[in-house]
Write a protein that binds this ligand. Sequence first.
Ligand code: SF4
Ligand code: FES
Length: 240
Amino acid sequence: MKIILKIQRFNPETDEEPYFQEYTLDADPNERLLDALMQVKRFQDGSLGFRKSCAHGVCGSDAMRINTKDGLACKTLVKEVVDKEGDTVVLEPLRYLPVRRDLIVDQSDFFNKYRSVKPYLINDEPVAEKERLQSQEERMQFDDTTNCILCASCYSACPVLADNTRFLGPAAIAQAYRFNADTRDRGFKVRLDVLDRADGVWPCQNHFKCTQACPRSILITKRINQTKRLIEKYRGKTKK
Ligand code: SF4
Ligand code: FES
């Protein structure tokens, strides 16, 4: 089928403003949008900038805005978009992150916020003889969050960040939850300073856009709300 990719272009060295460029190509409806992008890059315009690596929804590098919805180009079939929304597909870089070139954004803010919640197991207690045991039920309390590939689709989909770019954002909070809810972890108080501040968890208004955008079906909004409840419970206890 003939499709048109309408792609936002921007080269900071030569362009004052971003602009759209259209590429018409033959695409198999069962191909992924990433295949279509690679076809453009190989046969029409080698200067087009986008990130990709695994091409199988694992590395998280090809997240972008696809007809104003955030997601992975390698997990989106051409027919899924074209059947519903017409043969012109608009591709833009993720929002709230500076554009380095075309569809490539500078992810530093996203990763700095992620790192700020200390997304790793904190526990200074001596390790049991074999391992730190955990039941299947305990693991299931946060299992979905372990599937995050740090693609930043949720970050770009979040309406709160439109007005407050200091907001910690959905992925960082979900990853804080991943460890706070882990029975082996003891780092809740260490993460509290970052989570329980004006730009921490509280700006979230339950839009659910992050949850809808996540290519790994992580229950992000639920995890943010659970994090708020953990903090409230802790603060309630410490006031007594
Ligand atoms: S929570 Fe989902 S959308 Fe957000 S970074 Fe992780 S995988 Fe991507
Ligand atoms: S290229 Fe790795 S997730 Fe799409």
